[in-house]
Design a protein around this ligand. Structure first.
Ligand code: NAI
Ligand code: MG
Length: 334
């Protein structure tokens, strides 16, 4: 039967870059049926809520979603839509690969790092958020479970084995956050024992930031908790030319959502300036998830050719073209 994909075009630059990705999937001959669903500001305007029930139903029934960035309105009463989606569907693994292409303004070549971020616990669990009545104190709770830590670290090692990678680095702050990060590190060490064929290292998160900037080629797969993974993956995006180059997959037991790492980029929305590579690479992750590696590889090769030849690249990569020209260049390669 035909694979159905739920598509959330999203806010800001979302519709432009998601439409680009769909055009490219079509051109590559992917025979998907697309069900469009609203979330974010668009949904708030149309349906009076950020995450309508029919959207949740489509995500659950199709099991595979391609999603643009969503704007969470700042202010009381709005919990992040992304955090809600990840929790609701137990999308516990956030897989964020970065890969260098020549022809970007990036400082390094040959970067190939995957950050595996725990996506449901830690500082983003949303538990215990309290501000005192007079506004003078605020608290939030960070929760790490043995089950959650074991699940994400095992996921990272299984990914490393599957993709022929050599090394997994567990990133933590167990020296200060003794309970939470301490438990994560303890479990990471236990899981590492089961994979003698993979080199296992560990690193404290602040040092990891410095090491990523000074000597990024030492890294292969990074596995870490939610907050650290959020920050480190943006840092990694910066190593390969910026957020326009960084995709992410949110993967759970039954369901997966593929998206860019970045947000809705209000500063460039509606100006045909966004680099759609992030969402196109997310759609490549989606193809790989669906076992369509040959099509994934074709699209990746087309993007590589366009970026490395500098043919119609976007401004964030040092080019002078817009979203539509870049997309056209990739379509022609296909
Ligand atoms: P952002 O990621 O939207 O933008 C940061 C910077 O990167 C901006 O200068 C932007 O122009 C640039 N940028 C981002 N994507 C780009 C692309 N494809 N091509 C070229 N340049 C690109 O972060 P910001 O401004 O902090 O957040 C804006 C909104 O996005 C907020 O409402 C936030 O909540 C939301 N957000 C949503 C996410 C999601 O849906 N997964 C993730 C992160 C933020
Ligand atoms: Mg982030």
């Amino acid at each position: 039967t035909q694979q159905r994909i739920t598509v959330i075009r999203g806010d800001g630059i979302g519709p432009d870059i998601v439409d680009a990705a769909i055009q490219i999937l079509e051109k590559a001959g992917c025979d998907f049926a697309y069900d469009y669903a609203d979330a974010g500001l668009v949904a708030l305007e149309k349906h009076g809520e950020l995450l309508p029930q029919q959207t949740l139903d489509l995500i659950a029934s199709n099991k595979v979603t391609l999603k643009g960035p969503l704007t969470t309105p700042v202010g009381e009463g709005f919990t992040s839509i992304n955090v809600s989606l990840r929790k609701k569907f137990q999308l516990y693994a956030n897989v964020r690969p970065v890969l260098s292409f020549k022809g970007t303004k990036a400082r390094y070549e040959n970067i190939d790092i995957i950050t595996v971020r725990e996506n449901t616990e830690g500082m983003y669990s949303g538990l215990g958020q309290v501000v005192s009545a007079d506004g003078s104190e605020a608290e939030a709770m960070s929760k790490i479970t043995r089950e959650g830590a074991e699940r994400i670290v095992t996921f990272a090692y299984e990914l490393a084995v599957r993709e022929g990678r050599k090394k997994v680095t567990a990133v933590h702050k167990a020296n200060i956050l003794k309970s939470t990060s301490g438990l994560f590190l303890k479990v990471a060490r236990e899981v590492a024992q089961r994979y003698p064929q993979i080199e296992s290292t560990e690193m404290i998160v602040d040092n990891c930031c410095m090491q990523l900037v000074m000597n990024p080629h030492q890294f292969d797969v990074i596995v870490t908790t939610n907050l650290f993974g959020d920050i480190l993956s943006d840092l990694c995006a910066g190593l390969v030319g910026g957020l326009g180059m960084a995709p992410g997959a949110n993967i759970g037991k039954d369901c997966a959502i593929f998206e860019a790492v970045h947000g809705s980029a209000p500063d460039i929305a509606g100006k045909n300036l966004a680099n759609p590579t992030s969402v196109i690479l997310a759609s490549i992750q989606m193809l790989e998830y669906l076992g369509m590696a040959d099509k994934a590889e074709r699209i990746r090769a087309a993007i590589k050719e366009v970026i490395e030849s500098g043919d119609r690249t976007t401004r964030d990569l040092g080019g002078s073209h817009g979203t539509t020209d870049f997309t056209q260049a990739v379509l022609e390669r296909l």
